[in-house]
Design a protein around this ligand. Structure first.
Ligand SMILES: NC(=O)N[C@@H](CC(=O)O)C(=O)O
Ligand SMILES: [Zn+2]
Ligand SMILES: [Zn+2]
Length: 344
């Protein structure tokens, strides 16, 4: 049987949610990830160091007693009221590792997000000064802009300018979905990077919309056409340290996705590295998986790489059709279908 041993990976973008759900999301994420960058889009969001510390404690309480110990790296949610002092306090802590920009209304639980990005500039200045990375959900929110164009528009309207105004600010364009985003990041300075999800490497919008509408493929930014998928595969497997693993595993109870107006988000934490391995293998670039999953993320954040390893085996198995999520159930991405890699 083919096996692949790689340095323990980290997940630089995950949604663990809160409350009883943590028992399931944290157990899945802690199977082999060393560290996770925990998204702050709770209701209410995680706005300051005290809230981040309290949330980290709730996550740590949900860690399974046995097995590997996951390290949650917390993120502040930027609002119109975030102050430079909030950034200074967070950056000085060993709790918060980044702050997240959600344009108001762009995605799940983003109602408290920033309404005028220019007003955030004193906060960005403080982040640049303190070396706290800015994580970006890069989509404009204008009703008249086509949903498939929203990422590219965000780059042109806001991101270029942010990078020009704050040349030393570390920026991660999260869950990129377009050739435009991959190109922008490639051409930017080395302090500008991107995370790429497994589902954007494995799928394009045909998988979601052709032959029937599949709500479990619906996420934001939305899956784009095949040419964009190919550009993302090229970026992820290019051995550029600017592109690294961020699952954007985003659980929503099954009844909230299989409905007339369903939530955005794909749940992949139950088989994340397994799905990435498949995408890299299909591209003929399995040898590039380790650096993408385990080296470039910590390098960018200025953290040490993990020192132990995990082993993947080429072995087909059927993904569960549903999983528990607190008192609800969730339909994981690929549920009921064959997966081709497994953790030894
Ligand atoms: N990606 C998604 O489709 N959903 C995420 C939010 C986000 O990362 O934008 C969620 O919190 O559900
Ligand atoms: Zn997002
Ligand atoms: Zn996300």
């Amino acid at each position: 049987m083919q096996t692949l041993e790689i340095t323990r990976p980290d997940d630089w973008h995950i949604h663990l949610r809160d409350g009883e759900v943590l028992n399931h999301t944290v157990a899945d994420a802690s199977r082999y990830f060393g560290r996770v960058i925990v998204m702050p889009n709770l209701t209410p969001p995680v706005r300051n160091l005290a809230e981040a510390r309290a949330y980290r404690q709730r996550i740590e309480q949900a860690l399974p007693a046995s097995g590997h110990k996951l390290q949650p790296l917390m993120v502040l949610y930027l609002t119109d009221n975030t102050q430079p002092e909030d950034i200074a306090a967070a950056a000085a802590s060993d709790v918060v590792y980044a702050a997240k920009l959600y344009p108001a209304g762009a995605t799940t639980n983003s109602d408290s997000g920033v309404t005028r990005i220019e007003k955030l500039y004193p906060v960005l200045e403080s982040m640049e000064k303190h070396g706290l990375p800015l994580l970006v959900h890069g989509e404009v929110t204008d009703a008249e802009i086509d949903i498939f164009d929203r990422e590219a528009r965000f780059i042109d309207r806001y991101l270029r300018n942010i990078c020009l105004q704050f040349p030393a600010l570390k920026v991660v364009l999260e869950h990129i979905t377009t050739a435009d985003a991959a190109q922008f990041v490639s051409e930017s300075a080395e302090n500008v990077a991107a995370t790429i999800t497994a589902h954007h490497l494995l799928y394009n919008r045909n998988h979601m919309l052709a032959g029937g509408i599949r709500p479990h493929y619906y996420c934001l930014p939305i899956l784009k056409r095949n040419t964009h998928q190919q550009a993302l595969i090229a970026a992820a497997t290019s051995a550029s340290p600017k592109f690294f693993l961020g699952t954007d595993s985003a659980p929503h109870a099954r009844h909230r996705k299989e409905t007339s107006c369903g939530c955005a988000g794909c749940y992949t934490a139950y088989a994340a590295i397994e799905l990435y391995a498949e995408a890299f293998e299909t591209a003929g670039k399995l040898d590039k998986l380790e650096a993408f999953a385990s080296f470039y993320g910590p390098d960018f954040y200025g953290l040490p790489r993990n020192t132990d390893t995990i082993i993947l085996q080429k072995n087909s198995w059927t993904a569960p059709e549903q999983l528990p999520l607190g008192g609800d159930t969730i339909y994981p991405l690929r549920g009921g279908e064959q997966l081709h890699w497994q953790i030894a």
